[in-house]
Design a binder for this molecule. Structure first.
Ligand code: ADP
Ligand code: MG
Length: 343
């Protein structure tokens, strides 16, 4: 134990929110040091030899604009690792960037994983982090980190409902006594909103737009409720004929476009409310629902959910950072780590 304590003094532990869209890393006592898109761009020669061209923001710039010899991918899709090799390269790249080289000790890395990942996926994440130079890898359930990062007193006997709307998944969880009482997930999340916008524009305006454009539209004018003042935006795309043209989209049209994924999110919240143990459900009436994740930043989503499920809904302080902040609390607080650790 004394050895552990001495090791703890010298190593700079790392906390990682390995999301579908964003990877956020904090280092013990230094706070958040990396916040970049979880994207990697690779070139491949005619022998199949791969070379990493860019990781993070620079790689995201290349998405949708690559040619046959270069591709930019998100190695984590729908909350699960879709490409193990690329995920490992990405983790290695960021760990090397933040780990002080002069530190002779390997870091301990705490990584968040979605609630539903399989043992095979857990092992893959662990192996990637170990290969990236971790002395020890600790996995933390994402909804738990989101709850801690939103300031929920997770060790209380009180029940709290947390809804984390990321890019690939929406997770709805109930926490109490330092554990997750239950959790349900759906793929209806940020990426699905983007896809729904692409489909809507195609069907109603006969215009093809890319994923990045759809995301920009969602962020600029997207809303889950009717706004007092409609927002509009000009959008460039390609018609079926191949000609390029420009249309104007309004908040109202985006609201129609994302209706289905929104409905799916409501369904899964209702499902959790139905199967919650009654005593915890009683707590939820007082505590309401806490929203985290970038997807929760759609205008009026808190109001919309509150109206649909008849409970108070509160947006976490910095929804995009909640999981990362929670994971970082874990590396800074051994007692908390012991409480939520459940391998
Ligand atoms: P993940 O944990 O899956 O990486 P994040 O919690 O980082 O996801 O959220 C990323 C998602 O949030 C993306 O789908 C992105 O488009 C969306 N997003 C980010 N900012 C906004 C915003 N202001 N309005 C709506 N969606 C947003
Ligand atoms: Mg996330």
């Amino acid at each position: 134990m004394l050895f552990d304590k001495i090791v703890g003094l010298f190593s700079s532990d790392i906390a990682m929110d390995l999301g579908t869209a964003n990877i956020i890393i904090s280092v013990k006592d230094r706070g958040i040091v990396i916040n970049e898109p979880a994207v990697i761009a690779v070139s491949q020669d005619k022998y199949g030899q791969k070379k990493v061209l860019a990781v993070g923001s620079a790689a995201k710039e290349m998405m949708g604009k690559t040619h046959k010899d270069i591709y930019a991918i998100q190695p984590i899709q729908g909350g699960v690792i879709a490409d193990f090799e690329m995920t490992e390269i990405m983790i290695k790249y960021f760990v090397a960037k933040v780990h002080r080289r002069k530190s002779f000790l390997k870091p301990r890395i705490v990584i968040c994983v979605p609630f539903g990942v399989t043992q095979v996926e857990r092992n893959a994440v662990k192996d990637s982090a170990t290969n990236a130079g971790a002395r020890e890898v600790i996995l933390v359930e994402e909804p738990m980190a989101a709850a801690i990062g939103s300031g929920i007193p997770v060790s209380d006997p009180e029940g709290y409902i947390i809804v984390d709307i990321g890019a690939g998944t929406t997770e709805v969880a109930v926490t109490a006594l330092g554990g997750l009482v239950l959790c349900r997930a759906t793929r209806a999340a940020g990426d699905k909103f983007d896809e729904a916008i692409i489909q809507y524009v195609k069907q109603n305006h006969k215009l093809l737009i890319g994923k990045r454009a759809a995301e920009r539209i969602k962020i600029a004018i997207g809303s889950a409720i009717q706004l007092d003042e409609e927002l509009t935006m000009k959008v460039n795309g390609r018609e079926n004929s191949g000609l390029l043209s420009t249309i104007e989209l309004s908040t109202e049209s985006i609201r129609l476009a994302i209706k289905e994924p929104l409905r799916e999110i409501i369904n899964i919240i209702k499902n959790v409310l139905e199967i919650m143990p009654p005593d915890l459900a009683a707590d939820a009436v007082d505590n309401g629902i806490i929203l985290t994740g970038g997807g929760s930043l759609i205008r009026g989503l808190d109001t919309y959910i509150s109206e649909c499920v008849k409970l108070p809904v509160e947006l976490s302080d910095e929804p995009l950072l909640a999981v990362a902040k929670g994971t970082s609390c874990v590396i800074n607080d051994d007692k908390l780590l012991k409480l939520i650790f459940n391998e």
